[in-house]
Design a protein around this ligand. Structure first.
Ligand SMILES: *Cc1c(COP(=O)(O)O)cnc(C)c1O
Length: 399
């Protein structure tokens, strides 16, 4: 009996991708094996983080790196680091930020549900610009000069959410931030592949970048990466590590935390609830190495093959067309797009997604474009044989 049978929890076919509500992605057996091995011995967790940080720094080109419990945790830790710097007194007071630099600037069009992680540090969000391009009449979004104008002596950081379509450009925002002397935190949670993005945001001048470990990297679902400036990574680590330790016995690895720069150790910090185990650190590092080692063409081919299989398994559908296309927002990831003639079919794309979700086994499809009558299927979390199962179900539903 496998663990899901033992628990009485039904596995699903995940044609959406590594979404948290769908339990993330499927780990490579080598990643699971790294986690199993890590689980068999105890280590000094700060040393484990310091070593992982060196490997992350090497791969990202950042000064320093750290393993978080996800990109959202990275945003929380990174924001806290920008607010407190290396001051343990300030760390102890969070989320009370009175008297500190406690404003974080974001373009209004970048606001999203994950910025709760930024706000939870106790900062005030300063929104900039109007996403006028989303109105029929408008074409403009937030601009670099508006970000620069919003910087004050209270600004702790600028948070930038990276997508291929994000405006203004990161380069413009970095230029504005440099003039104002404030750090830029990039939310790059899902911006992989391409693997080159592991370095791109750092190279463009970001001070901190957060990635998800559980998305395309294929690491443990509850893992992530924060990389960037050494002092900020140290400040993040100080607000994350277990510091229930006698001062005489506290010897953090110097590459992670330079004790000589500190008047003393802070208490458990605001990041302590986002704890990361040795298993996640081991799994994330293994997954990251596998991810950068895989030839992008081979990865793409593997994903394309799954999508071609799905299209072939559908045969000819009544009142619907399905084809492999590049997702408009993520061109590196081939997807299958099913377009339904809703009137002829007597059902809507949204109803189709719901019917797939309610079948046995449940199939999760991407509803982002149902308003256009389209349902998207993605390859990232599909196992062999599953495209065939989805095709069969679609034939049943659409005749
Ligand atoms: C997925 C995502 C996050 C959260 O990442 P986790 O690793 O699940 O914490 C944050 N921001 C954006 C833009 C995301 O897509």
């Amino acid at each position: 009996m496998d663990i899901y049978q033992e628990l009485g929890v039904e596995p699903i076919i995940n044609a959406v991708g590594p979404a948290t509500r769908l339990s993330g992605s499927i780990m490579h057996p080598e990643v699971a094996e790294a986690m199993r091995q890590a689980s068999e011995r105890c280590v000094d967790i700060a040393q484990m983080q310091a070593r992982a940080g060196e490997i992350i720094a090497e791969i990202t080109g950042a000064e320093a790196g750290y393993v978080t419990s996800g990109a959202a945790a990275g945003l929380l830790l990174g924001t806290a680091a920008c607010v407190t710097g290396l001051d343990p007194g300030k760390m102890n007071r969070l989320p009370d930020t009175s008297g500190m630099k406690n404003e974080v600037i974001m373009a209004r069009s970048h606001r999203n549900f994950y910025d709760h992680a930024v706000r939870s540090v106790g900062i005030e969000l300063v929104e900039v610009g109007i996403a006028d391009r989303f109105s029929g009449a408008g074409i403009r979004d937030a601009e670099g000069w508006e970000i620069e104008a919003a910087i004050s002596e209270r600004t702790a950081a600028i948070v930038y959410v990276a997508y291929a379509h994000t405006q203004p450009s990161l380069e413009e925002v970095v230029a504005a931030a440099r003039k104002g002397g404030v750090p830029v935190i990039v939310d790059a949670a899902g911006q992989l592949p391409p693997a080159s993005n592991l370095q791109r945001f750092m190279a463009a001048g970001a001070d901190l970048v957060a990635f998800s470990g559980g998305k395309a990297i294929g690491g443990p679902q509850a893992s992530g990466i924060l990389c960037g400036r050494r002092d900020l990574i140290a400040a993040a680590a100080l607000q994350h590590q277990d510091l229930d330790v006698m001062p005489e016995l506290w010897e953090p690895p110097a590459s992670l935390i330079d004790k000589s720069q500190l008047p003393g150790a802070p208490q458990h910090g605001i990041g302590r609830p986002c704890k990361v185990g040795k298993e996640e650190i081991a799994g994330l590092v293994k997954a990251l190495r596998l991810f950068v080692a895989e030839d992008p063409a081979v990865r793409r081919q593997r994903w394309s093959a799954l999508m071609e299989e799905l299209v072939a398994a559908c045969g000819t559908l009544r009142n619907a067309e399905i084809a492999v296309v590049a997702d408009r927002k993520r061109v590196e990831i081939p997807t299958a797009r099913l377009v339904l003639d809703e009137e002829a079919a007597g059902t809507t794309a949204l109803e189709l997604v719901k019917a797939l979700q309610e079948g046995r086994p449940p199939i999760a499809a991407n509803p982002t474009y149902v308003h256009e009558g389209a349902v998207i299927f993605g390859p990232m979390c599909l196992k062999e044989g599953e495209p065939e199962q989805i095709g069969r179900r679609l034939r049943e539903l659409l005749g």
